[in-house]
Ligand binder design. Structure first.
Ligand code: NAD
Length: 315
């Protein structure tokens, strides 16, 4: 039985990854200090092959058993979190990634770091292939997240080149699904919460900025395929179907049958205008592509979460 360690395993993506790894017969060690995650995301797991260690990976940490795969997902991920936790975000991307790479090295484990489409910043190339180096404002408020992730990528390649660690880098594009927090500030949970309460849906700017939304099950399948591939350079994983924020709001209204109206609010600083993955590499290398379209994904999110959890007033 392979053992996988998942940092950030009590978060949105991490908890789905733990579920899928357990389903595939792995032993899973979830390392999470619950900074932005929650025990509610993992409390359904009853398996003896699952353990949660409440550790802050900004400090060195050690695990006393063999490990085959290290999935490094711990990091504040939504703008509301990294704008509240700017130094923590930089530290988890730097010290946290150092400690986790060091752990992978000691255990001779395959290491995968969760990077992001935000490494492309406000892209001047569209759609974004892995070969594009990005257009990031390092000193804007979002810079703490974008640069932490760019640093984590540089560090991962250095551990690979200098220390021989078997590493992988997944560049994740906007992903959604059950267990997103209703108030985490990202578009889909916000729109769903507003639509289910028949409140106005708040679109930033004129709503013409685009995003590409990937359902969580598709993303996790791509992540595991990459971890098991032996590939070292970054790979985009996301859904290439692109929607304007206005189209997303309309899809949410349609799927929920809501009577909400759409209202417009000021655009946040450095909000990217476009976002669309070029997934040619994932298609050829991993034989991976998303299978769940936006409306189906929204329906699954509502069905599996239940309206109460989507509306909830906790974080
Ligand atoms: P999340 O906030 O739900 O999960 C992050 C988890 O990391 C949380 O459970 C949190 O408690 C934990 N964590 C944070 N700091 C920690 C620390 N110092 N020590 C231990 N645990 C710590 O976010 P998510 O959406 O699940 O994102 C997971 C990863 O995927 C992140 O690295 C994020 O940057 C990346 N990502 C996510 C998306 C997306 O659309 N969800 C897009 C691109 C990249």
């Amino acid at each position: 039985m392979p053992t996988s360690l998942v940092t950030g395993g009590a978060g949105f993506l991490g908890s789905h990854l733990c579920d899928e790894l357990l389903r595939r017969g792995h032993r899973v060690i979830c390392v999470d200090n619950l900074e932005t995650g929650s025990l509610a995301n993992i409390e359904h797991i009853r398996s003896d092959d699952f353990v949660h260690l409440n550790l802050d990976i900004i400090d060195p940490y050690f695990v006393d058993e063999p490990i085959d795969f290290v999935y490094h997902l711990a990091s504040p991920a939504s703008p509301i979190d990294y704008l509240r936790l700017p130094l923590h975000t930089l530290k988890v991307g730097s010290y946290g990634t150092h400690h986790t790479l060091g752990l992978a090295k000691r255990h001779r484990a395959r290491f995968l770091t969760a990077s992001t489409s935000e490494v492309y910043g406000d892209p001047q190339v569209h759609p974004q292939p892995e070969s594009y180096w990005g257009h990031v404002n390092p000193i804007g408020p979002r810079g703490v997240y974008d640069e932490a992730k760019r640093y984590a990528e540089a560090l991962t390649m250095a551990y690979h080149r200098q220390q021989g660690v078997d590493t992988a880098i997944i560049r994740i594009f906007n992903t959604y699904g059950p267990r997103m927090r209703p108030h985490d500030g990202r578009a889909i949970p916000t729109f769903l919460r507003q639509a289910l309460q028949n409140r106005p849906i708040t679109v930033f700017g004129d709503g013409s900025q685009t995003r590409s939304f990937c359902y969580v099950d598709d993303l996790i399948r791509g992540m595991i395929a990459l971890a098991e591939s032996g590939h070292h350079n970054p790979v985009n994983v996301g859904n290439p179907n692109e929607f304007t924020l206005l189209e997303l709001a309309e899809a949410v209204i349609e799927v929920t049958g809501s009577g909400s109206e759409i209202v417009y609010e000021a655009l946040p600083t450095d909000d990217p205008q476009v976002r669309q993955p070029d997934i040619t590499l994932a298609r050829s290398l991993l034989r991976w592509q998303p299978e769940i379209d936006l409306r189906e994904g929204l329906r699954r999110t509502i069905e599996l979460s239940g309206s109460e959890r989507l509306i909830g007033d906790s974080r």
